[in-house]
Design a protein around this ligand. Sequence first.
Ligand SMILES: [Zn+2]
Length: 295
Amino acid sequence: MSRRSFLWCRLPEGARRAALRWFAALGAAAALSCPGVAASAPLPIFDAHIHYSHDAWENLPPPAAIAILREAGVRRALVSSSGDEGTQRLFALAPELIVPSLRPYRSRSEVSTWVRDPTVVAFLEDRLAKSRYAAIGEFHVYGADADLPVVRRLVALGKEHRLVLHAHSDADAVERLFRQDPDARILWAHSGFDRPDAVRELLRRHRNLWCDLAFRSEHGAAGKVPPEWRALFTEFPDRFMVGTDTFTPERWHYIVEHANWSRAWLAELPPALAERIAWSNAEALFGSSSAPARK
Ligand SMILES: [Zn+2]
């Protein structure tokens, strides 16, 4: 152990925690660790919104992608990809880290066309016959489109295979998905980019609704949690989770920074609540489907 580490580890626990909060804000928490002192380790992160699509592979081969997740202190990641192969390549390398989700897109360009494309159904059925998944998504659907036949079939497949539905949707579409399957478990991507009071309304109505906080920042801007978000997290301590959303390849290089930023604003919350949002809520939702075996 270096002299610096030795001195650090001799600090009282309270002083170490206070210093870590400060370091986390600087993105430097990972630089300090003490053997056998678990409380000093950076907060683990379950990143619930990662994509590894075809256009990311060339510049970021699977081992490099896994290295980024580990450098960020990501304990587990919900991963999907346009063209399912990206997810499978990461899962093959690190099954303890990657939680596979099946996206209904063969390429990124299908984001807005899939709801009216019946060939998507055969793609989903084929993939589900070959591999195991914890979720289906992230898929994009809004309003009445959620009742189109292709989307109905996706919801039915989710029910049949007990998959969480990861929906990038407005509140109307979320309601329609729940009407199709009242027992569905839905992870609402980006919390619908909705206002805290609208998110609250939907969470109160549906006990099987969870929210990711991906690609939004007002809940932790400048490392602070505004009162309306704090109230929401406190009312629903077990429903929120963090996520980076690597919807373009460049976003992969933001994963470490995003994890450190998450730790900084989470340090504003009571430690038990911070731990839930950082990883244990997602772990509880996806835990039973951890490291699913190949079929
Ligand atoms: Zn996404």
